[in-house]
Design a protein around this ligand. Structure first.
Ligand SMILES: Cc1cc2nc3c(=O)[nH]c(=O)nc-3n(C[C@H](O)[C@H](O)[C@H](O)COP(=O)(O)OP(=O)(O)OC[C@H]3O[C@@H](n4cnc5c(N)ncnc54)[C@H](O)[C@@H]3O)c2cc1C
Length: 464
């Protein structure tokens, strides 16, 4: 329970009594004063910074990590023919938030090969027919899902007359894509997301040629004196506020030194998983007073889990099988890593293994070596081939990362209204952004996160 009473706070920080909200730090030294402080330098925080900066407001972004981008993490390994993505990889459709950047910065982006091969019992089935059936179910959800008649995806399937085989494939698709559990995720949010995706041709995916990290970099570009406005290694521990004034308490992740910064407004863009964390957990932020409605809404939503592993082999061994040589995706019923993809249309010896929702729970607490062993065993069974020696395995454990605590958000049945409450400003002083607060059906995406940051910045500007 996120109750932050004074005694608790003092025991946690072991410092002298807190000063009143205002212009001094814990030792009474004047602190810097900003119009707006933004917590988190993922794409939502950076997008907020960009909008505020352009509007002439004095804004700064406080980021716990030693890099920007948050859940976008691209590795540029000289030994790899393509950038390795440990977080977001795909641009889903044609969202203006990303394509405007791609066009403005003359970035290269290319269509992904969507062609999927289904592997079951040593047989390969090409996707056209299976995908048509799956998208038929998704169309039914799009038609039937509404907040008034919301129910879990599992319940929807149980009451349907789809063949058992189709139910299995579509469950695997919905759980894998949304990092969700079928018995929790609601069809109202699935329907809303599907309708929103249609507006931006969301069924089609792209990659940036030089890595997804070009997007956060582009958001910062053009911000004058950005080094002073972007404070890396700054872990926000507490926000003490009253209407129009907030003290943001932070710790330097490198030196442990503590500092207080003051602002008139704060935009909080931390991931839902961090917002849901208990106050004594690493990365969590204590609020005084608590934004009760926002925190209650946060607890109604879910933060999905994903384990993704990128494996670089000596050669693209799966292409030895004619049926797999043109596959963009390999789908299976493997219990832990059922979903894989290649880098096609770019040929490379790289495969990505994807384990999400209930599959991902199986991997909690396991070492990277164990996870790699399980992935190799899965791909051996899926392809029917012995994988050659592995050159490298790239992995980020988002679940154990205190500044993420998972992959991305989803909405349980009956909880669609919680997103709106999460996105509501509090006392004209606290504003919340980040993918989980996107209200247009684009949560859990990069473009949805960028849009949410811009929205929060506009809300702040309107109140100036
Ligand atoms: C494995 C994986 C695959 C994905 N694939 C895709 C994809 O293909 N396409 C797509 O569109 N989306 C994808 N996503 C989702 C996408 O990455 C996110 O929706 C988006 O990047 C979220 O941006 P954000 O700014 O809301 O949050 P974040 O990027 O998480 O930014 C929040 C920032 O807050 C910081 N922070 C947290 N706590 C504190 C604190 N106490 N003090 C200071 N800073 C703090 C974090 O370090 C982080 O930098 C994927 C995500 C994951 C994890």
């Amino acid at each position: 329970m996120l109750v932050w009473n004074r005694t608790y706070f003092l025991s946690r920080l072991s410092v002298r009594a807190l000063p009143p909200v205002g212009f001094c730090d814990t030792v009474g030294v004047p602190v810097s004063d900003w119009d707006v402080l933004i917590v988190g330098a993922g794409v939502s925080g950076l997008s907020a910074l960009r909008v505020l900066d352009r509007a002439g407001l004095r804004a700064a972004c406080l980021e716990a990590r030693n890099r920007i981008g948050g859940r976008i993490e691209s590795i540029h390994d000289p030994a790899s023919p393509v950038p390795i993505e440990l977080g977001a990889e795909f641009i889903h459709g044609r969202p203006a938030e990303i394509w405007d950047i791609v066009d403005r910065r003359h970035l290269a982006a290319y269509d992904c090969v969507e062609h999927a091969v289904y592997s079951a019992g040593g047989h390969f089935q090409h996707d056209e027919e299976s995908w048509e059936k799956i998208s038929g179910v998704l169309d039914d959800i799009k038609r039937l899902g509404s907040p008034e008649r919301d129910r879990t995806f599992r319940n929807f399937l149980d009451q349907s007359s789809y063949p058992a085989d189709l139910k299995q494939w579509v469950t695997s698709y919905v759980e894998g894509f949304n990092a969700a559990r079928a018995e929790v995720i609601g069809i109202a949010s699935l329907a809303e997301d599907a309708r929103a995706a249609d507006k931006i041709h969301g069924g089609h995916s792209f990659r940036t040629l030089n890595g997804y990290d070009v997007i956060p970099a582009a958001l910062v570009d053009g911000i004058e004196d950005s080094q002073a406005k972007l404070r890396l290694n700054s872990v926000v521990e507490a926000i003490r506020w009253e209407p129009g004034s907030a003290n943001v308490h932070l710790r330097n992740a490198l030196t442990g030194e503590r500092q207080v910064m003051h602002a008139h407004r704060v935009i909080v863009t931390i991931p839902l998983g961090v917002l849901q964390a208990e106050p004594d957990e690493d990365g969590a932020i204590r609020f005084d007073p608590e934004p009760g409605e926002v925190l209650r809404a946060a607890r109604k939503l879910r933060f999905g889990q994903v384990f993704r592993l990128v494996l670089r082999f000596q050669r693209a061994f799966w292409e030895d099988k004619h049926e797999l040589s043109s596959a963009g995706f390999l789908l299976s019923r493997e219990p832990i890593f059922p979903t894989w993809w290649t880098t096609l249309p770019v040929h490379s010896p790289i495969l990505t293994a994807w384990s999400a929702g209930p599959h991902a729970d199986e991997l909690a607490g396991r070492s990277k070596d164990e996870i790699v062993r399980k992935a190799l065993s899965s791909i051996g069974k899926i392809t029917g081939l012995e994988p050659p020696a592995l050159e490298a395995a790239y992995f980020h454990n988002w679940r154990d990362d205190p500044f993420a605590r998972g992959a991305y958000s989803y909405v349980p049945a009956g909880a669609l209204a919680a997103r709106e409450k999460l996105a509501k400003p509090v006392g004209e002083t606290l504003f919340f952004a980040g993918e989980a607060t996107n209200l247009d059906g684009y949560s859990a995406t990069v473009h949805g996160a960028i849009a949410s940051g811009a929205r929060a910045a506009r809300q702040v500007i309107q109140q100036q």
